[in-house]
Design a protein around this ligand. Sequence first.
Ligand SMILES: Nc1ncnc2c1ncn2[C@@H]1O[C@H](COP(=O)(O)OP(=O)(O)OP(=O)(O)O)[C@@H](O)[C@H]1O
Ligand SMILES: [Mg+2]
Length: 445
Amino acid sequence: MPPDFDRRREPGKLAGLGEELRHVSTGLWRSVPPSTRWQMGGVLVLVVLGSAFQALSPLALKAIIDGLGSGPAAVVLPVLAYAGLIGAARVGPSIAGWGYQLSSRRVERALSLQAYARLLDLPHAFFLKHRSGEMARTVSDGVSGSTTILGALLFSALPFLVEVGIAFAVLAASSFPWSITLVLVVFVIGYGIVFEKGIAGQRAAYRDAARDNAEAAGIAHDAFANHEAIKLFARERYVLDHVVSGMARSDAHWSRFARLIGVTGAAQGLIVAAAMGCTLLLAGREVAAGRLTAGDFVLVNAYVLQVMGPVERLGHLIREVTRGLDMAGRLRRLLAEPSESELSPGQASLPPGGALSVQVRQLRFGYDGEREVLRGIDLDIPAGRTLAVVGRSGSGKSTLARLFLRLYAADGGRIALDGVPVEDLDLQALRRAIAIVPPGNRAAA
Ligand SMILES: Nc1ncnc2c1ncn2[C@@H]1O[C@H](COP(=O)(O)OP(=O)(O)OP(=O)(O)O)[C@@H](O)[C@H]1O
Ligand SMILES: [Mg+2]
């Protein structure tokens, strides 16, 4: 059974994507230091400029073609402008890529640190219920998912908006027949519908594959952590069988994912071909009738490509973003688990002066709510005195210690140090005041 934080909440539709994206982006924004935000701002400006230069370059190409008949001097300026725009369109994003590499490392570090701090603050009971290998995997996936989203938004979504926006603006402002723009609008809608259908299935398949894969890796990690028990009971084969079956389930989802990508891509290719054919036929008719110049024909072709290119890349973009969101979403749900500081908000400090008295009254506790392990324990230990609690294995000695440390909350009764109930005490101060050596713990040796 998948752990709680990994449970699937929605069937993989694109609905809710915006909401998730907003959550992840705000989380990212909050977690990075201001200097990194400035760096990201610079990257954003360079990417926008690069896309705008790229989107405006066909206007210079049209001027070159229309000037061809008027002698070599007429094309010098348009050629310089064209070369300048094409050059600037490449230099800007390259420098942006450099800045992005530097800042994305910082984002990764900030996110990992935040996740580790939060996980260390999760209650003991949570760790008992979840595989630590899987939690580690969820953190590394979540961090790389968040930076994938950041990269996709900056280097795909932003250029998409700028390039398609400028292409439609130029087509609308020029004297081209409106039918060309209409074909492009129909193309974008048709492409979008096929894409939406495809991505919904792909997303569900990807998520299933990633979950089963993480589960298989989690089983292996836990076996490493508990190698002694695995060897004592000769369970290596059993562990491997479980890993193999998890991987096989994951593989089946992967093939479904790959098939959906192939089929959706083929359908989209047909839509691209149809739209390209229609727009060029329409523009060619206008040139033949003398209403458009050869330069206009090239311009139409360039802007049709300029809409299609980014729309086609949009598929890759949304795949990246949804994949990133699935990975980041699992981490977000894990980090949303109530932490110890929230469950035990007590702030009282311990009474000063070293030795403390201990009072336990009618203490009751059971791990599962069915079987009580401690029933009505009463203890009074004056400050500076020693008390040994002895009992057979399983009688509840360690459980009593865990309640002192507030690894669990008692079901009834109370524990107090110098009259202050443990739940009112600051958790860190309480634990620092109690020394405990867990059996076989190398860290404490
Ligand atoms: N995390 C847990 N979940 C459910 N039951 C538990 C858990 N930890 C301990 N128990 C059960 O609670 C009871 C008391 O266990 P506890 O570890 O406190 O005994 P103990 O007196 O420390 O034993 P030992 O002398 O072997 O260390 C036992 O029946 C044990 O099986
Ligand atoms: Mg014990």
